[in-house]
Design a protein around this ligand. Structure first.
Ligand SMILES: [Zn+2]
Length: 126
């Protein structure tokens, strides 16, 4: 069985999100949903690497740094963006790509991700 179909078959309740669903499945399978953990503080930074670069997500608030979230979700036209959907699927299927760091690395990891996020924002808005 195709790994996409296999994973999608466990999450058919998310197919209501239309074309975000196959995009999210693809992102999860390619290991694009990343959980950066910092110790000993236990801080967590979540990102999803998309076609247009990396995006910060915070599923609790919820928040995503992508354009779609800003314009569609906050504008009330959509419930979530595919990055947040990718996170749901990845965490529920235990496919988060976890990377462990020490607290000393927090600033440099965060600035590296931020550079990526800002670059992708610039490219999307061009
Ligand atoms: Zn997003």
């Amino acid at each position: 069985m195709d790994p996409r179909e296999e994973l999608a078959s466990h999450f058919t309740h998310y197919s209501k999100y239309g074309n975000k669903f196959p995009k999210a499945i693809e992102a999860v399978l390619s290991g694009s949903v990343k959980k950066h953990t910092f110790s000993p503080s236990g801080r967590v930074v979540l990102t999803v690497v998309g076609r247009d670069g990396e995006e910060f997500i915070d599923p609790e608030r919820p928040f995503c740094s992508c354009d779609n979230f800003f314009f569609k979700v906050l504008g009330g036209g959509a419930e979530l963006c595919y990055h947040l959907l990718s996170y749901k699927i990845a965490s529920e299927s235990k496919r988060l790509d976890t990377v462990a760091f020490s607290d000393e690395e927090y600033a440099s990891v965060l600035s590296a991700i931020s550079r990526d996020v800002l670059t992708s924002m610039r490219e999307q808005r061009r």
